[in-house]
Design a protein around this ligand. Structure first.
Ligand code: HEC
Length: 255
């Protein structure tokens, strides 16, 4: 009888404490180290993260440079294939490749592969005729490319946003404070924020640098704040030169 009562009480209290746990929170811990498939030697990690960040920014700039063509409603097939994009991207990065170490070269090759996949995957969208804004932007390419690249390598590439539109771009605490630093320090502060850290048990190197707005971005991220842009999101109310987000790279490190 008493035994029964004790069992009942412990079941009830376990249920009550489970009910008291908040839901929808980030789980603690992380992957085992062997799942970070690509790792940079510790001494190379800062240069590796910098190279990856530069490469992604160069990819963004190519899509940006073609945005007039990509948003031309009169055009159907735009010829902006994965192969075409990769050719442009490699040409823009010749300098980065020249002094790349073997591990950096391997990572950059996987980055080219991921970037090309995403352009190929978006062909139907890109080639729609009759509408200008088909929801293909540098930031969308980067989000999708980052996820493909992370899936293959374990290296995290993301672009946390000041007022993120995609939930994939939610900043973590470190990214949020890096963004706050850039907002407080003003437009001339562009030095990357970097740190060695851990993810679960894996040693990592983090590199974050600001993404700033240009005039061409203001139709969506500019003023008037809160007014819908052509894709239906509220404008951010920012000016050219203001911080809109971060290029954030996290590379696993091995000693
Ligand atoms: C046509 C409207 C439009 C223009 C122009 C535009 N953006 Fe965006 N931006 C978006 C949308 C929509 C997203 C969400 C993309 C996604 O993840 O699918 C976004 C996302 C971003 C993000 C990631 C954070 C977030 O909000 O999710 C950054 C950083 C960013 N844009 C920077 C820029 C910069 C820099 C420019 C100019 C070179 C620019 N954008 C031009 C609409 C725009």
């Amino acid at each position: 009888m008493i035994r029964h009562a004790i069992v009942m009480i412990s079941i009830i209290s376990a249920a009550m404490s489970a009910a008291a746990d908040p839901v929808g929170v980030r789980a603690k811990g992380g992957h085992p180290e062997y799942l970070f498939l690509e790792k940079a030697p510790r001494s190379e990690a800062p240069a590796t993260a910098q190279k990856l960040a530069r490469a992604v920014i160069a990819g963004r700039m190519i899509i940006f440079a073609y945005s007039r063509k990509l948003t031309d409603p009169a055009l159907g097939d735009k010829g902006f294939t994965g192969e075409f994009f990769e050719g442009q991207w490699r040409a823009a990065l010749e300098g980065e490749l020249i002094d790349a170490t073997p591990s950096q070269r391997r990572m950059l090759e996987k980055l080219f592969w991921a970037g090309r996949q995403v352009i190929d995957n978006n062909q139907d969208r890109l080639n729609v005729k009759g509408i200008a804004w088909k929801n293909f932007l540098p930031a969308k390419w980067e989000r999708e490319m980052g996820q493909v690249f992370t899936a293959r390598t374990g290296i995290i590439i993301k672009q946390p946003g000041r007022n993120y539109r995609s939930p994939v771009n939610v900043p973590d605490e470190v990214e949020r404070s890096a963004m706050q630093h850039y907002v407080n320090a003003g437009r001339d502060e562009n030095r990357p924020q970097t740190a060695f850290a851990t993810m679960g048990k894996q040693a990592v190197y983090r590199h974050m640098e600001p993404i700033r707005l240009m005039d061409a971005c203001l139709s969506c991220h500019g003023k008037p704040k809160g007014e819908p842009d052509m894709l239906g999101y509220a404008r951010d109310g920012l000016d050219a030169g203001d911080l809109i987000g971060l290029m954030s790279v996290t590379v696993a490190v091995e000693d």
